[in-house]
Design a protein around this ligand. Structure first.
Ligand code: C5P
Length: 256
């Protein structure tokens, strides 16, 4: 079985507070996008295993800390999983969760998603959703057809480190960005991500200048996205690719 595992793009991420379990209470708006995506292949095998290929294979664990393998082990499924990694890791695009989500879809075990991580329920479902709780409580969101240019700097953000920095900074708020057809968007993790990855603010400034539009931080970073019209915007993508030091993807919202 071969599955596409789309990246998850948070258009907005408000942190409402810190919970007793240390997690952060969220209200986020997320969409699945067609690029970048991973390709997940699953075959029956004597025991569960994972193999990683593709341009972003480097650094992805193949032991029991791999989320896709954990999904198979939790489901008690003897399958050989191959992950063709095209989603950069530690970029806030939910790559590991996307792979685990694809495995749970293939095994028809969406019920296991919350145990694997806050983003996995969204990745099983796809489309567009409001994410609440620690991210696992989903509600359908109406999002118009839109294109996105995703720019990934040569910087990485560890999610726990960004949440820790948010706590240390005293719970900052992000900028509010207005985009036609969407509610006001704001990512409260942005000031924290800028502290964890010095150079990120400069990257955003270069991206916004090249695109001529505001850029939205993806999740806990380090990727940024610029929202374009429904057919995407090849011209914006080309300008951004020329101007910034990073990898650029032209994607589209993928309704479910
Ligand atoms: O749930 P998941 O394992 O993906 O979360 C990774 C880390 O991100 C957690 O250990 C926690 O530090 C942080 N996190 C958080 N609040 C959330 C989601 C994640 O503090 N709502």
């Amino acid at each position: 079985m071969r599955l596409v595992a789309p990246a998850k793009l948070t258009l907005s991420l408000q942190v409402l507070g810190v919970r007793a379990d240390g997690y952060h209470e969220l209200e986020a708006l997320a969409v699945a996008i067609d690029e970048p995506h991973d390709v997940v292949t699953i075959e029956p095998a004597p025991s569960a295993s994972v193999r990683v290929t593709g341009p972003y294979a480097s650094g992805v664990p193949t032991d029991a800390s791999n989320l896709a393998l954990r999904a198979a082990l939790l489901a008690d499924a003897a399958v050989a999983i191959t992950l063709h990694k095209r989603i950069p890791h530690a970029a806030g695009l939910g790559g590991g969760s996307a792979d685990a989500g694809a495995v749970l879809r293939a095994l028809d075990r969406p019920d296991l998603a919350p145990q694997l991580g806050s983003d996995v329920p969204f990745c099983v479902r796809g489309g567009a959703a409001w994410m609440r709780g620690r991210g696992e409580v989903l509600e359908h969101a109406d999002v118009p057809a839109l294109g996105v240019v995703v720019a990934v700097p040569p910087l990485r953000c560890s999610t726990p480190a960004v949440y820790r920095a948010w706590d240390e900074l005293g719970g900052p708020r992000g900028r509010t960005v207005e985009i036609d057809g969407l509610p006001p968007l704001r990512n409260d993790l942005e000031p924290a991500a800028e502290r964890v990855a010095p150079g990120l603010a400069e990257f955003r400034a270069a991206l916004e200048t090249a695109a001529g539009r505001p850029a939205l931080l993806a999740g806990s970073g380090s990727a940024y996205a610029v929202v374009c019209g429904r057919d995407g915007d090849g011209e914006v993508a080309a300008r951004v690719a020329d101007a910034v030091d990073g990898t650029v993807f032209a994607g589209r919202y993928l309704p479910c």
